[in-house]
Design a protein around this ligand. Structure first.
Ligand code: A3P
Length: 305
């Protein structure tokens, strides 16, 4: 089954996931070729749920002994350059999928793929998965704004907000349906809390410090009493905050690749921006989708600003 996304890019329904064409190619190679190490750390998320932020945080937590925060490679690299995704790796290295480059240990990866299609080697390993979720209304708006700024098919007349929202509520969007994505990682975190940590963007915004502490504990890299006394958790949280990352020169002027500028990963960084874009009828429709798909699991999101 094939549909065009809001920006014209073709989406293929494969193993229950709506994959943009390049992901479709990457996914098969990832499933076949990826060999996990028990020490690997994987950040999983739907697009526009806080991936850039979590990449900066994970990189800072894991590498805090290698780089003092004021000399971190984040100063000169967009977080996406420091942690690459399975999708990009297996798409761009189709001829040499085993060459994962010189990645420092523990290896850090990211993915937008849902849990159900992860490579079996990863599922069977003891590696840690950090999942960041976001309320679907803000995620939808963030993704729409991102796709409108970064046009892969500039001649395609983008769908209206109403049309795109309708597709989103039917689960037709990149890496969707969103409810299967969220539920897959939620269930995995319930079944195996030592291996999968389920975070929410909204909780992270409201209390970044406790969440950074929690992530480090989960990774088996807890902050020592000395590090806590020195205020390292606060320092990392502040360094990776929206305001700080957005204003780094590399993120203001750098280019991610030919279609995407680094600055487009930093838009508003708020909870509740959907209210500036969506009607109350649309919010009500989303509530019904959430009730039908997610409420039985006990997952809820506080999307108020
Ligand atoms: P908005 O478009 O609502 O502003 P992703 O990194 O998964 O692509 O998600 C991008 C969203 O996260 C954007 O949301 C972006 O502004 C926000 N974001 C980026 N860096 C952030 C940070 N350090 N703290 C909070 N939000 C951040």
């Amino acid at each position: 089954q094939v549909e065009r996304n809001w920006d014209g890019v073709r989406l293929y329904l494969y193993q229950g996931v709506w994959c943009p064409i390049f992901v479709f190619k990457a996914l098969q190679s990832f499933q076949k070729n990826f060999k996990a190490n028990d020490t690997d750390i994987v950040l999983a998320s739907l697009p526009k749920s806080g991936t850039t932020w979590l990449k900066a945080l994970l990189y800072s937590i894991v590498n805090r002994d290698r780089f003092p925060i004021d000399q971190t490679p984040l100063l000169t690299n967009n977080p996406h350059k420091l942690i690459s995704s399975f999708e990009c790796h297996y798409f761009f290295n189709q001829d040499n999928p085993d060459d994962l480059g010189n990645i420092a240990q523990p290896r850090l990866f990211s993915t937008h793929l849902p849990h159900q299609v992860l490579a079996s080697s990863l599922i069977k390993s003891k590696c840690k998965i950090v999942y960041v979720s976001r309320n679907p209304l803000d995620q939808f708006i963030s993704e729409r704004e991102f796709l409108l700024k970064n046009r892969f098919l500039p001649d395609f007349e983008a769908l209206s907000v109403e049309q795109s929202f309708d597709m989103f509520c039917r689960g037709v969007h990149a890496f969707g349906p969103f409810w299967d994505h969220i539920l897959g990682y939620w269930r995995a975190s319930m079944e195996n809390p030592d291996r999968v940590l389920f975070l929410k963007y909204e909780d992270m915004k409201r209390d970044p410090v406790s969440n950074v502490d929690k992530i480090a504990d989960f990774l088996g890299l807890p902050f020592s009493d000395d590090e806590k006394k020195q205020g390292l958790i606060q320092e990392i949280s502040k360094y990776c905050s929206f305001e700080h990352l957005k204003n780094l020169e590399i993120n203001k002027t750098g280019v991610h690749h030919k279609y995407v500028n680094n600055s487009t990963f930093f838009r508003k960084g708020e909870i509740g921006d959907w209210k500036n874009h969506l009607s109350s009828d649309m919010a009500e429709r989303m509530k019904q989708v959430m009730d039908a798909k997610l409420s039985a699991s006990g997952i809820s999101f506080d999307a108020s600003s």
